[in-house]
Design a protein around this ligand. Sequence first.
Ligand code: NAD
Length: 274
Amino acid sequence: MQNSARDLIKRAARDLASSQHAIALTGAGISTESGIPDFRGPSGVWTKDPEAERRAYRSYHRFLEDPAGWWEERLSNPFGMLGDLAKAVPNAGHRALADLENTGILKSVLTQNVDGLHEKAGSRNVLEYHGNLFKLRCVSCHARFSRDEYDLEKLLAERKLPPQCRRCGGLVKTDGVAFGEPIPQDVARRSLEEARRCDLMLICGTSAVVYPFAELPRVARERKVAGSAAVTIVEVNAEPTPLTHERVTDYLIQGKTGEVLPDIVEEVRRLRES
Ligand code: NAD
């Protein structure tokens, strides 16, 4: 690791240790070290296959037009391009954020990831902005169900797909938010509240080009412009992003989240002991 990265890790640890309400924003990059591909990194699914991106943009319309057909495709390939998510385990980056929450420094994790790895790592206050592929959600009343509350294979065999909401009878899909699908209001509202409230935002492993999630750092930054409490925005990413280029972030620690985040946690520990 270069000296400049080490200095920035120490700076991030100091900023975290003196914060009152630190939050983390995460994206697919934090899960690549668990073997789950991202979309836009150098080995990303869409970097390698741009047509897959165009197909993904049609997914929600496809669900609304033909929910039974959409479900049949899902059941033949439950996690789509992300491989076998059920086998993935959290890595050192996920665990570092759970550690920061346990020490009382990190108040919440807002994630774009649909893999459930933050909760598996022990983070408790997780807002899954794009849902969770292990859960189901009613598109009408937003009720969420665990996948095993429905016998999906039986519904397929009996040609009774799509599943119907047990609460309101509405259409049920996976909780993962498809492109073109509105962000569930409860999560969108709570995420916005966190972005408005935080005094430190730690952004980890996201290309920051998917909206409205990518708006959250800008909301926090504009608050400073408006003259309210200052916010420090730190980015940990393999490469610079629009947030780096447009100076939405105060500084970028360039590297892998699975290496940088544990180093930050270690440094925070050292500061607290000294
Ligand atoms: P993205 O693919 O657009 O960007 C990932 C970013 O992380 C890239 O900038 C890449 O350089 C960086 N990166 C990759 N590995 C890294 C590492 N080890 N350490 C630090 N940085 C690393 O991802 P996104 O911004 O989250 O947007 C993609 C969308 O696709 C999201 O909406 C998300 O819901 C979904 N998605 C989720 C998963 C998942 O749940 N694990 C995986 C792929 C895509």
